[in-house]
Design a protein around this ligand. Sequence first.
Ligand code: ADP
Length: 385
Amino acid sequence: MASDTNSRGRKRALSFASLRALLVRAAAQNPVPLLVLRLPDFERTAWRSGKPAARRLERKTTSAFLTAAANALRGGDLAAHDPGSDVFAIAMAAPARAFGRISPVDCRSVLERVAAALHAVTELRIETGWIVLQRFDPAASLEPEIERALERGARERERYEFFSTVGHELRTPLASIRGYLETLLEGDVDRDTAARFLRTARREALRMGRLVDGMFEFSLLDLSAGALLGRHCRLGEQIDAAFDVVGPGAAARSVAVRRANRDDATVALDPDACLQILVNLIDNAAKYGREGGIVAVSVEVRGDDAVIVVDDDGPGIAACNRDSIFGLRVRGPQSGSRPGTGIGLAIVKMIVERSGGQIRVLDSPLGGARFEALLPRADSEAQAS
Ligand code: ADP
């Protein structure tokens, strides 16, 4: 591992300026994984306890970083940190690595080991992430690459948390189906009870199906920033398509789903992703709205943005729940016995925010909830107006 040695013979991390210069050379030969760790609360915690304590924490943390990196890395890998910065970086540039394939497992395990060492001495929250630098322009700065690595790490964690939650949730219906089937196989139940058990098992199987569907929808979303950009669609067309999808569910509750205006706009968003937003919002409005009631969908143009507005006449959403309902696997108090997984709005929020927009809930003039999804209009259209 490459690091400097200071006048007292103590190992020092490379400065980011040196790392940058070495990366230009290394990445010209082979792709180089860049691993990044950030302690977002480092500065605040260090300086709160005064200058000498801040210096001690800095020394302790850097030394833990270098030791952990030395144990996990090979000769030629680079470990960098600037005093006072909350970022620690590692470039896996060892010439020996050039012959093997870059393994995500290796990168993740190095990051985990180094993060564990940093956490042991600081007890601070640590953000991690990595990217592969295919080449590194001599004129480029390192900061955007560091941000890219951390952004990717955050996406990776989001996915991991999602799948581990869903995995956990899948076990509950599975256990209940198994329990009912085993009881039935034992044969000691009357006809009515057996029919009830079978109905419950079927209901649980349907719930599992919905969870799996939600899981697939989520996994199909390309979560990388910008992946949803570069495409565009007409809102009017997507609203018509969404009405076809939600129609049967709304009809089953005698809910009339209609357009409140015929305004239209082209938004800078992938059509499938747009449809997904609309289906989730309209389906919820029909599901949580009043039985026999109405759902109204409109489009408003506000400057460079277009807003999809979905109104219903149900119980609405209390102000204290208006943020939390967008969380993954969060179901609100009004969900009651209605089928659902608490995934829909998390998906909506993720798509809207990835496209540079915003989502919010208000009171609807119809008496229930109003969801507003603000989306950037396609450049050509926004410029022309
Ligand atoms: P699900 O509908 O599967 O529970 P969502 O993520 O789509 O999951 O919604 C999260 C929660 O937000 C729901 O459980 C419900 O409590 C609340 N919610 C969503 N849309 C509405 C609405 N139009 N009116 C009232 N509550 C709603």
